[in-house]
Design a protein around this ligand. Structure first.
Ligand code: C5P
Length: 210
């Protein structure tokens, strides 16, 4: 099958030397891309900046901003059978990119931010994607409710939810403990390495698609 995976953080520039980003390492998305390729699928990994090596056998498209990622996903999703959105996309970006390095002046400064495109949220609508759609939900509270709400609002077949308030899992960790949220049931998966979890997720996502 043809699989699209988004991964990593995005970088939203403030001026030529500064940007807004988040703690995503990209590990979960890269492990998923590697596991799909290992299972014999054709994978396009669209990724924000990470320190990771591109997995063997995966087509790779680097992007920086949420806007870039949105454009890349819109361009490629039409020929995919499965799309897995593991990227931690910035929700807001600076309204303006200062052409020169911003100098320190007053004691405080205000940065005006605007919403970035909701890539997962536009897959079903604007992009017309009809394949298997999988999103992630990193939450610090009301994990199940928020994940179910995301599943419905964004038209996902599966939301992989993790509680990022728990120490040692999720962002920037090698381990993860997730809850699979389907339309009609939920299923907890045990704590494990992102590597092993990726293989389990590939099996479950493939079952959904067949
Ligand atoms: O709403 P929230 O950001 O928690 O949703 C997370 C899910 O939505 C992830 O699958 C993420 O990759 C995706 N997302 C996206 N575009 C955004 C924000 C989130 O594709 N602008």
């Amino acid at each position: 099958m043809k699989i699209l995976v988004t991964a990593g953080p995005t970088r939203e520039p403030i001026d030529p030397v500064r940007f807004l980003t988040n703690r995503s390492s990209g590990k979960m998305g890269y492990e998923l891309a590697a596991a799909f390729a290992h299972a014999g699928h054709s994978v396009l990994l669209i990724s924000g900046p990470t320190a990771l090596d591109v997995p063997d056998g995966v087509d790779y498209m680097p992007v920086e901003t949420a806007e870039d990622m949105h454009r890349a996903v819109s361009h490629h999703i039409g020929r995919m059978e499965v799309a897995v959105f593991a990227a931690a996309v910035a929700d807001y970006a600076p309204k303006e990119l200062a052409p020169e390095k911003i100098k320190k002046t007053g004691e405080t400064m205000t940065l005006e931010l605007v919403r970035t495109p909701d890539i997962l949220g536009s897959a079903r609508g604007a992009m017309g994607f009809e394949g298997t759609l999988v999103g992630f939900a990193a939450e610090t509270q009301n994990l199940v409710e928020n994940a179910k709400d995301k599943l419905e609002r964004k038209g996902c077949d599966l939301v992989i939810a993790n509680d990022v308030s728990k120490p040692g899992i999720g962002f920037d960790s090698d381990h993860n403990e997730v809850l699979l949220v389907f339309a009609d049931h939920t299923e907890p998966l045990p704590l494990g390495s992102k590597h092993d979890l990726a293989h389990t997720l590939v099996r479950r996502i493939t079952e959904l698609t067949c």
